[in-house]
Design a protein around this ligand. Structure first.
Ligand code: NI
Length: 254
């Protein structure tokens, strides 16, 4: 079975056929999905999905690009949600310097604050880091994130940076990019990293793997990612599915 450790099924891209897509997953071998909050609104929608579908778990948190208007009251609200039954992580949180907005200092402030929240409620974190390698690592080290644990979602840096996170005990989230012709850097990381620290993810509706690149993504595409990892590691797709399933359970402490 396949564990999709990072999906956004609350996204409007699924408004027309969400139920049909979700109902098709289990028969296709997708055994579990973590739907990830990216804003206060999507965190609320994530909780609804966890209530309606037994195989969907949830993460609560605010993405750096949505952190501009956050308040301490919002963090308290998130904290109140963390003891719900199927909430398994704080995320996605981090830094996104691809965009100038919100100001990088504001992004850092709420990243640090949400790391502290995860530490307090004893949940792993889902890290989003884009074009912000140094600041992300500096903050995570300063906050002793190896004691919090979690996953670097949609890992996009090179081997040296991978080594840092692997040494901190973090998992690396691997998705459609591993099948892209221009995904050489990620392919090197997948070859290099121990299989025991890789987890599968879609980040759907984004980042569909080849041969469906550019289309709306869903967990149904994960077999292509499994095949890509298996080829790089020289093992069978079955082995990739089994080991990453166990990894995801360790990551989310299920
Ligand atoms: Ni995401």
């Amino acid at each position: 079975m396949i564990f999709d450790t990072h999906a956004h099924y609350d996204d409007e891209a699924f408004d027309k056929d969400r139920e049909a897509v979700l109902n098709a997953l289990q028969e296709a071998g997708i055994g579990a999905v973590v739907n990830v909050g990216a804003s206060l609104e999507s965190t609320g929608r994530t909780l609804k999905l966890t209530e309606n579908y037994p195989f969907i778990y949830g993460a609560v948190g605010v993405h750096p690009s949505d952190s501009g208007d956050l308040t301490e009251e919002d963090i308290q609200w998130l904290e109140g949600l963390t003891n719900r039954d199927k909430v398994v992580a704080v995320g996605e949180i981090g830094l996104d310097y691809y965009w100038e907005d919100p100001d990088h200092e504001i992004q850092k402030k709420w990243f640090v604050r949400q790391l502290a929240l995860a530490r307090k409620v004893k949940l792993p974190v889902i890290i989003h880091s884009r074009d912000a390698a140094k600041d992300t690592l500096d903050i995570m080290k300063a906050e002793h994130s190896q004691e919090i644990g979690g996953v670097i979602h949609c890992f996009s840096y090179g081997k040296e940076m991978a080594r840092e996170y692997l040494d901190m005990g973090f998992f690396l989230g691997i998705g459609g990019v591993v099948t892209f012709q221009n995904g050489k850097k990620l392919k090197e990381v997948v070859e290099y990293a121990p299989l025991e620290q890789l987890v599968l993810e879609t980040d759907c509706p984004y980042l569909a793997p080849v041969p469906n690149r550019g289309k709306r993504n869903s967990s149904l595409n994960l077999p292509y990612v499994v095949e890509g990892i298996a080829a790089l590691k020289g093992i069978t797709p079955q082995q990739v599915m089994e080991v990453t399933w166990e990894n995801a359970k360790r990551l989310y402490r299920l």
